[in-house]
Ligand binder design. Structure first.
Ligand SMILES: Nc1ncnc2c1ncn2[C@@H]1O[C@H](COP(=O)(O)OP(=O)(O)O)[C@@H](O)[C@H]1O
Ligand SMILES: Cc1ncc(COP(=O)(O)O)c(N)n1
Length: 417
């Protein structure tokens, strides 16, 4: 797949064509880019906007279209020159344009004036989809009204926010629900519109493309890169294959450990996709890790999605406190051990005696432990109850991280003996 991204250059890599290329590359789509402006900026401010000449823009278009067959084009920061050249190429190559009308930066630097906005309306009328945020949408509608300009009825308009609204012919076609992650990330709009373009180029229909791109964008926020001034988009795609691979590698590492912290009920280890909705988004062992009476242990079953409801409930509850936490393993409880572990790991707990009626113990206990801790600790334990074995649960960002924590715990346990 090849898509073309046309936009401004942000030297920090958080937004603009750098974000576009990172996004497309992560989705295995090749992405030539045409630069319209050089925009020195960071999470604090935009220093300037240097627009490239008409001749340079024309040569960039020539170079790309000589080299590639392009069907889908995503636009970010544009100039009048870039729009005028693009309009000609749309006609000549029947391009499908996804236009992200970046009228200003999040740091409030204006990227468009009235003259440019008038050019944008021409581009909208030759585009497939535009993805304004709510503020940009209001500005565009007001501008068309005040200047008696018309936007074609059959233009797809995705108004982005926390929930995104897809409009067509002035009707709401679909709302794409999101949730707020407590983080302001530079370049999310670029990632989102490029991800939509990439999924469209893979043959998804518009609603599927938006749905998948929204999950992808949320991941790019969850895994965003912290810098001295804020967070920068970090497009990250964790597929089912990645999760299965992590779990199988974690079990491989376990086999090479003298692991014996196995509870009577057995252990399981699980890992979820990012932003899991229910246990079907969580993979675990269809069987258990059980003690071998003569020493050692057996790993019973295969790694499958939907295999472990119990551990899945822990992950689903924990991920609400920290969406990066996607994995958990339950191991044997030991009074002396958990005391020592407090020096090495963050620990929280719950007491089954406090359990209210008619709740899922794992959902209730995990939520309570995370609330007490103010996030997700490395370990959550309980001392058991009526017919219920005490347990330690090890949490982490993926199954390999969890197993590495288990390895440290096992070594500490062995040193007590
Ligand atoms: N902190 C956040 N938490 C969750 N979703 C976010 C967050 N920031 C942006 N998004 C999502 O990323 C997409 C683009 O973000 P938005 O802020 O609307 O674009 P822009 O960066 O162009 O203003 C939207 O779908 C929005 O829901
Ligand atoms: C080159 C370029 N393209 C797009 C944006 C918008 O990104 P944000 O909304 O995070 O400011 C930007 N700031 N710079």
């Amino acid at each position: 797949m090849v898509i073309l991204a046309i936009g401004g250059y942000d030297p920090t890599g958080g937004a603009g064509i750098s974000a576009d290329m990172k996004t497309a590359h992560t989705l295995n789509v090749y992405c030539p880019t045409i630069t319209t402006s050089i925009i020195p900026q960071n999470n604090k401010m935009v220093y300037e906007k240097f627009d490239l000449s008409e001749n340079n823009i024309k040569n960039q278009f020539k170079a790309v279209f000589e080299e590639f067959d392009i069907e889908y084009v995503k636009t970010g920061v544009l100039t009048t020159t870039a729009i005028n050249v693009l309009l000609k190429y749309i006609d000549k190559y029947e391009l499908k344009v996804i236009c992200d009308p970046v009228l200003a930066s999040t740091t409030k630097f204006p990227f468009a004036n009235k003259e440019l906005l008038a050019e944008y309306i021409k581009l909208f009328n030759k585009s497939f989809l535009i993805t304004p945020n709510r503020q940009e949408y209001n500005e565009i509608i007001n501008f068309t009204k005040n200047n008696k300009l018309k936007i074609k009825d059959d233009l797809n308009i995705l108004i982005t926010g926390i929930n995104d609204i897809l409009l067509k012919n002035s009707k709401i076609i679909k709302t794409f629900k999101g949730f707020r992650i407590n983080r302001e990330v530079h370049g999310t709009g670029c990632v989102y519109s490029t991800a939509i373009t990439a999924f469209l180029s893979k043959g998804r229909n518009l609603e599927e493309a938006i749905k998948e791109a929204k999950k992808f964008t949320l991941s790019s926020i969850i895994y965003s890169k912290k810098s001295k001034l804020g967070y920068n988009s970090n497009p990250t795609y964790i597929s089912k294959e990645t999760v299965i691979k992590n779990l199988n590698y974690a079990l491989y590492l376990l086999k090479h450990m003298n692991f014996n912290l196995i509870p009577e009920v057995g252990s399981n280890i699980a890992e979820s996709l990012p932003i899991p909705k229910d246990f079907r988004d969580v993979a675990g062992l269809t069987g258990r890790i059980i003690k071998n009476k003569l020493g050692g242990f057996y790993i019973v079953g295969d790694v499958e999605f939907g295999a472990s409801e119990h551990i899945a409930k822990i992950i689903l509850s924990a991920s609400k406190f920290n969406p990066e936490i996607r994995s958990c393993m339950n191991i044997k409880y030991d009074e002396e051990l958990i005391k020592i572990l407090q020096d090495k790991f963050t620990v929280s707990s719950f007491d089954r005696k406090d359990e209210p009626p008619d709740v899922s113990t794992m959902e209730w206990g995990t939520t309570l432990a995370c609330e007490k801790f103010g996030g997700v600790p490395d370990l959550i334990y309980d001392k058991g109850g009526e017919g219920k074995e005490p347990m330690i649960r090890v949490l982490g960002r993926d199954a390999v991280e969890v197993i590495k924590k288990v390895e440290v715990i096992q070594k500490i346990y062995n040193s007590l003996r």
